[in-house]
Ligand binder design. Structure first.
Ligand code: ASP
Length: 275
C-alpha cells in the first residue's frame, strides 16, 4: 500500500503532523485504494484545522458550501455546493455507487438527507472570525463596485487548506478530494475539486490530486495533465512540470502516485504525509 495525503497548498509544514495522524487513522482496516482515500479524507474533514468538512470556509453570503470527489476503477462520484453534512466525501462515495457522476447544491444535500446523513454545522470559531473580517472589508460596497472589490481580494487568494489523498493498493489507484472552497468565494461557485481532470484523476496507471486556486486549475485541467505526463516521465518530474505551468503568483500543489512511485510538487508550503 502507498498513500500520500495533503492539507492544501499554503498550509504550513507544521501541519504535517495533523496529516500524519489522519493518514494513520484513515487507513485502518481498509482493503482497497478507494476505501483508503475515503478513510483518509474523512479524517481530514473531521480535523477542524483544514478547510474541508468541519472547518470549511464561510462564503461571502455567510453560507458554507462544500465540494468533494472520489475516483477509482474508471468510476467517479462528485458533489458540489453541498451544505450541512459532516463528511462530503462520504456523499461523493454514495454518488459513486449511484448511476450518476455528480450532484449539486440543495439536491445533493437532499440526497444525503434521504440516505440518513444528519444535519451538521461545519462552522468553527476561526472561520467565523475570518468571515467577519471579510465582511468588514466589503461592507461599504454593493452592486458592481462590490464585485470589483471581490475581484481585487480574490486575485490575492493564496491557497485554502483543501484536503486530498491518492493511494495505490494491490496495483489499483484511487483519488479523493474535499474542500470548502477559497476565501472571497461566492455562493454557488464551483472550483476544481469536484471536476474530473481538474482537481482529481485516477486511472489504471496512477492517481493525481491538485490544490490551489480552483479557477486556474480548471483552465489547465491539471490533474489529467499530470496523469498524462506521468505516463511518459518520472513521477516527480511530472508533478514539477505541472507546477511550472503556473505563474509565480498563483499557488499550486500536486500529489501523485503511479507504478513509478509517489511524489508531490508545489510552489508554496503544503502540509503532507506519505506512507
Ligand atoms: N482548489 C480549491 C478550490 O479552489 C482550493 C484549494 O485547493 O485550496 O476550491
Amino acid at each position: 500500500m502507498r498513500v500520500l495525503a495533503h492539507g492544501g497548498v499554503g498550509s504550513p509544514r507544521e501541519m504535517d503532523e495533523n496529516v500524519k495522524k489522519t493518514v494513520e487513522k484513515g487507513i485502518v482496516d481498509k482493503s482497497n485504494a478507494l476505501e483508503v482515500v475515503i478513510g483518509v479524507v474523512k479524517e481530514l474533514e473531521d480535523d477542524p484545522v483544514f478547510n474541508a468538512g468541519t472547518g470549511s470556509r464561510i462564503r461571502l453570503d455567510g453560507s458554507v458550501q462544500m465540494d468533494a470527489a472520489v475516483m477509482f476503477s474508471g468510476e467517479i462520484g462528485a458533489v458540489s455546493a453541498i451544505e450541512k453534512v459532516r463528511n462530503p466525501v462520504k456523499i461523493a462515495k454514495e454518488i459513486y455507487d449511484s448511476p450518476f457522476v455528480m450532484l449539486t447544491g440543495v439536491d445533493s444535500t437532499n440526497f444525503a438527507r434521504d440516505l440518513g446523513y444528519k444535519e451538521h454545522d461545519p462552522v468553527t470559531e476561526k472561520r467565523m472570525e475570518e468571515f467577519k473580517e471579510m465582511k468588514e472589508k466589503l461592507e461599504e460596497t454593493g452592486g458592481s463596485e462590490r464585485l470589483k472589490r471581490i475581484r481585487e481580494f480574490y486575485d490575492q487568494v493564496d491557497g485554502g487548506d483543501t484536503v486530498g489523498c491518492v493511494a495505490e493498493v494491490d496495483g489499483e489507484y484511487a483519488a479523493a478530494v474535499s474542500t470548502g472552497g477559497t476565501s472571497y468565494c461566492m455562493r454557488g461557485r464551483v472550483g476544481d475539486s469536484p471536476l474530473v481532470g481538474c482537481g482529481f484523476y485516477a486511472g489504471k496507471r496512477g492517481a493525481v490530486v491538485t490544490t490551489g486556486k480552483g479557477e486556474e486549475i480548471i483552465k489547465r485541467m491539471s490533474a489529467k495533465r499530470c496523469y498524462d505526463l506521468l505516463l511518459e516521465h518520472d513521477i516527480k518530474d511530472a508533478c514539477e512540470m505541472v507546477v511550472e505551468e503556473y505563474p509565480e503568483e498563483i499557488s499550486i500543489g500536486v500529489i501523485a502516485v503511479s507504478d513509478d512511485g509517489i511524489a508531490s510538487a508545489d510552489n508554496r508550503d503544503m502540509s503532507q504525509y506519505k506512507i
